[in-house]
Structure formats: C-alpha cells, structure tokens
Design a binder for this molecule. Structure first.
Ligand code: ZN
Length: 133
C-alpha cells in the first residue's frame, strides 16, 4: 500500500543553523521553506534522490515539535510514507486495528494530504501517511 519514503521529518531547534549542516556539509539544497500555522512549525525542504529531508523548527514553545525536542532532543521525528489515496489508506489502517492520531487527513507542508498513525501501534515510530496531488 505504501509506495515510497516520501520524506523524513527531523526536529531541529534552529533551522538556519541546521541548514548550514545539511547544505554546506552534506551538500543538499533547500528548495523551499514554509510555515504551517496549524502545526506551529516552519519546514525546510531538501530533496535527496527521490525522497526528501524535511527540517522542522517550532514557531511556538507549545508546538508539537517544541514538545518533541523537550522530551527527546533534536532528531528524527517522523517518517512519511507515500500513498495513492489517503482516505482509503486510513480506512484500511482502521480496519487493521491501527490507532490513528488523525481520523481524517489534514493539510501538510508542500500541499500534501497527511495523517499520522499513533506510535503505540507502530512500534514507536511516528508514521505519517502522505498523498500528493
Ligand atoms: Zn511530514
């Protein structure tokens, strides 16, 4: 059902500082940044092969990324799997007994439709399902 790794979401405390690492040291290129108000996050997109690294910096101390860093420190926060039809994928997950964070898809960075599965159902990995138009 999942097609590929759409992106890897990495929580960072300071986006500009982290971009230096990814661009100057690792040689990736940030092609865009976007603020997703609803998620209280600023996202930087860095394509790598046919997938992407997304660096996530919280825009507010009470945002989900700020809370993640508070608990676990900076690092990989979620992995996004591409699906063709997110409504169908969510229904299938539900039928298979998975615990969902999002009952319905919501807006994700880059215009994607996204939904998260609960890490309790996925052996500790925050998995995002992601459909792109
Ligand atoms: Zn994501």
């Amino acid at each position: 059902m999942v097609k590929k790794v759409d992106h890897i979401g990495i929580a960072v405390a300071n986006l500009d500082e982290t971009l230096k690492l990814y661009e100057e040291v690792l040689g990736l290129e940030c092609i865009n940044t976007e603020v997703v108000e609803e998620q209280k996050v600023k996202v930087a997109f860095l394509p790598i092969g046919d997938t992407e690294v997304e660096l996530l910096e919280s825009t507010s101390p009470d945002g989900p990324i700020a809370k993640f860093i508070e608990k676990k420190g900076e690092g990989v926060q979620h992995i996004a799997f591409r699906v063709d039809n997110i409504e169908e994928a969510l229904e299938e997950m539900r039928q298979k007994g998975m615990q969902l964070i999002d009952e319905k898809p919501r807006y994700g960075a880059g215009g994607a439709k996204i939904a998260f599965l609960h890490p309790k159902s996925t052996k500790g990995v925050l998995i995002e399902l992601c459909e792109r138009g």
